[in-house]
Design a protein around this ligand. Sequence first.
Ligand SMILES: Cc1cc2nc3c(=O)[nH]c(=O)nc-3n(C[C@H](O)[C@H](O)[C@H](O)COP(=O)(O)OP(=O)(O)OC[C@H]3O[C@@H](n4cnc5c(N)ncnc54)[C@H](O)[C@@H]3O)c2cc1C
Length: 173
Amino acid sequence: MSCRGKDSVGEDVVKPYTPTTLDSDVGYFELVIKMYPQGRMSHHFRELQEGDYLAVKGPKGRFKYQPNQVKAFGMLAGGTGITPMFQVARAIMENSKDKTNVSLIYANVTFEDILLKEELDNLAKSFPGRFKVYYVLNQVLTPVKLSVCFLVSLSCSFRTIIFTFIHLTANEA
Ligand SMILES: Cc1cc2nc3c(=O)[nH]c(=O)nc-3n(C[C@H](O)[C@H](O)[C@H](O)COP(=O)(O)OP(=O)(O)OC[C@H]3O[C@@H](n4cnc5c(N)ncnc54)[C@H](O)[C@@H]3O)c2cc1C
C-alpha cells in the first residue's frame, strides 16, 4: 500500500509499505517500518502521535497468491524486503488447506538489523518441516563484541610479548 506524509520541509511524500497482517486480520493492519535519520517518509512517521491519521492507498501489487499453486517456495529477502515474504509465508502457514513448503534466506548487515526475528522463529517452530528460515549476516560481530575481542587479543599478545621477554631474559641470565 502507499502511505502519504510530509517530509521535514513540509513537502508531500508518498512511499510504498507492505502490511505484515493478512486479509483475515479484519479491521486493522500493521506495518513494520525501518526509519532512516535522513529519510523523508521516516520523518513523517517519527512525528506521528498516537491518535493521528495516516493517509494510505491500497492494497496494490501484481502478485496474486493461490494456495497450493506450487509445491515449495524459495524466498530470498534483504532488510525491509522481509515484509512481503513474511506476509506470504504467514498466509501459507495459517491456511490448513495449503501444503506449500517455504524456505527463506534472509540477509542483513548485522544481527541487530534483523526484523521480525521472533515472528519468523515462531513460524519455524510452529511449522517444522514446512517453514525454514536461514539468516545471513555481513558482520557477525557487533562493534561492542568486536572491541572486546580486540582487547582480549591485544591483552593476549601483550602477555605473549611479556612472557617471551621474561623467557628470553631468563635464558640469557
Ligand atoms: C513494494 C515496497 C514495499 C516496501 N515495504 C516496506 C516495509 O514494509 N517497511 C519498510 O520499512 N520499508 C518498506 N519499503 C521501503 C519504503 O518504501 C521506503 O523506501 C523507506 O521507508 C525509506 O523511505 P524514506 O522516505 O524514509 O527515506 P528516503 O528519503 O528515500 O531515503 C533517505 C536516506 O535513507 C537511505 N535509505 C533509504 N532506503 C534505504 C534502504 N532500504 N536501505 C538503506 N538505506 C536506505 C537513503 O540512501 C537515503 O540516504 C518498501 C518499498 C517497496 C518498493
